[in-house]
Design a protein around this ligand. Structure first.
Ligand code: PMP
Length: 458
């Protein structure tokens, strides 16, 4: 049972001392503090006001096995008793760390047999950044420094992560993005390509990558990085022909292909990896979130044999973190993967709950505010529009309707995110079909309630 917290006092202390992540602290002060989440089980979280909320976001795209897994608690306690910490700096390693590296290698069917550990998705991408530049230097092509990424991509919040990402609001810090990163258009058909068919748009977006490569000179390009499905950008599912063309362009110009699987890994899209869903084979794959289902912080960067062979010619790779390969996080991640496999959560998402979510979301298409629903596996979005025919947004610009509908979802007992004017979801992979009905039912209810408010805005 949850402890008996003094919620009012916690909210006061939150305002007085705590600086929440990615937040407007003045807004939180005006609200009298953050919503305090006290406990959770299965697919539900509970807040300090006594609300039980269906967690349509799996925490922050991460709690794949759901809340309340006693065996993860036990495995952490056991590892803490035996060895709570040791590092991997001094020619040392710990049992869970090595076993987890082996496990991840086997999950990539041996194509990415080497694994570097970090604590967060951002750090996994910092590792990518340094590893790739070092690789090309050692390979005798030091000019290959440039990364190609997409606008509205999300690759983290560290200096390298935010620069690799393409969120303009996050670049609005002096000095960012750092040099050597080129951003090209994203394959967001609903917003940017509706005047053409999806395939033609997919080709156009892939071509934008090749055009940029030719502009900066292929001999200067190190890698292309992309999320197989953009998550934080708004669950953007590219046209089917996009990724295979991207891969072909990378191969043609000898450029490394990096799939950021921080959200899309571990079954989220109905296959173990998002890159399998979109039909490509990366040279490097950062992962986090579903790796431990968020029970403890851990991330990994899986790398091809070819790259590591080159890295081995260069002596020390002077990169790493105190918590690289943290034994307790690694032990929890190992058991988490065991649960995913034992319970067939990848197959369940691919064959049962993923298709069920797609069908359930499609029932919203008749709603006057819905411009499009889309999903892959258990990753979905609903686009809110003022005019179904033209796709025009409320208030004349994006970002008016999303927060309103999101807040109504939460008030009705569903945690989702509003990204611009889309409602996005990423529930735990243990969600049942009845809970998917509940999720979609609450979105419909919120949309209904939003109609008069949004029509008043126009
Ligand atoms: N890459 C992707 C694709 C992500 O979605 C995220 C986090 N949402 C990150 C990297 C950064 O992960 P973290 O917040 O753990 O640093």
């Amino acid at each position: 049972m949850p402890r008996n917290y003094d919620i009012a006092e916690l909210r006061r202390l939150d305002v007085a001392h705590h600086l929440p992540a990615q937040a407007d602290w003045k807004e939180i002060e005006n609200l009298g503090g953050s919503r305090i989440i006290t406990h959770a089980e299965g697919c539900y979280i509970h807040d300090g006001d006594g609300n039980r909320i269906l967690d349509g976001m799996a925490g922050l795209w991460c709690v794949n096995v759901g809340y309340g897994r006693e065996e993860l608690v036990e495995v952490a306690a056991e590892q803490m008793r035996e060895l709570p910490f040791y590092n991997t700096f001094f020619k040392t390693a710990t049992p869970p760390t090595v076993l987890l590296a082996d496990k991840i290698a086997s999950l990539s069917n041996g194509r990415l047999p080497h694994v570097f550990f970090n604590s967060s998705g951002s750090e996994a991408n910092d590792t990518v950044f340094r590893l790739v530049r070092r690789y090309w230097e050692l390979k005798g092509e030091p000019k290959r420094q440039i990364f190609i990424s997409r606008w509205n991509a999300y690759h983290g919040s560290t200096v390298a992560g935010v620069s690799l990402g393409g969120m303009k609001a996050m670049h609005a810090t002096p000095g960012l993005p750092i040099p050597g990163i080129e951003h090209v258009r994203q394959p967001y058909w609903f917003n940017e390509g509706r005047d053409m068919d999806e395939e033609a748009f997919g080709t156009l977006c892939a071509q934008a990558i090749e055009e940029r490569i030719l502009e900066v000179g292929p001999e200067n390009v190190a890698a292309f990085i992309g999320e197989p499905i953009q998550g934080a950008g708004g669950v953007i599912i590219p046209p089917k022909n996009y990724w295979p063309q991207v891969e072909a362009i990378c191969r043609k110009h000898g450029i490394l292909l990096i799939c950021d699987e921080v959200i899309t890994g571990f079954g989220r899209t109905g296959k173990m990896w998002g890159h399998e869903t979109v039909g490509v084979s990366p040279d490097i794959m950062p992962m986090a979130k579903g790796l431990s289902s968020g029970y403890l912080p851990i991330s990994a960067t899986a790398v091809s044999a070819e790259i590591i062979e080159v890295m081995k010619t260069g002596g020390d790779f002077v990169h790493g973190f105190t918590y690289s390969g943290h034994p307790v996080s690694a032990a929890v991640a190992l058991r988490n993967i065991e649960i995913i496999q034992r319970e067939g959560l990848v197959e369940k998402t691919g064959n049962e709950t993923g298709p069920y979510l797609a069908k359930a979301l499609a029932t919203l298409n008749d709603h006057p505010l819905v411009g499009q629903t889309r999903s892959v596996g258990l990753l979905g979005a609903v686009e809110i529009v003022a005019d179904k025919a033209t796709g025009a947004r409320f208030g004349g610009a994006e970002g008016t309707a999303g927060p309103i509908v999101r807040d109504l979802c939460i008030a009705n007992g569903l945690m989702v995110r509003g990204i611009r004017d889309s409602i996005v979801m990423c529930p735990p992979l243990v969600i049942s079909t009845a809970q998917i009905d509940e999720l979609v039912g609450i979105i419909r209810q919120a949309l209904d309630e939003a109609v008069p408010r949004l029509r008043a805005i126009g």
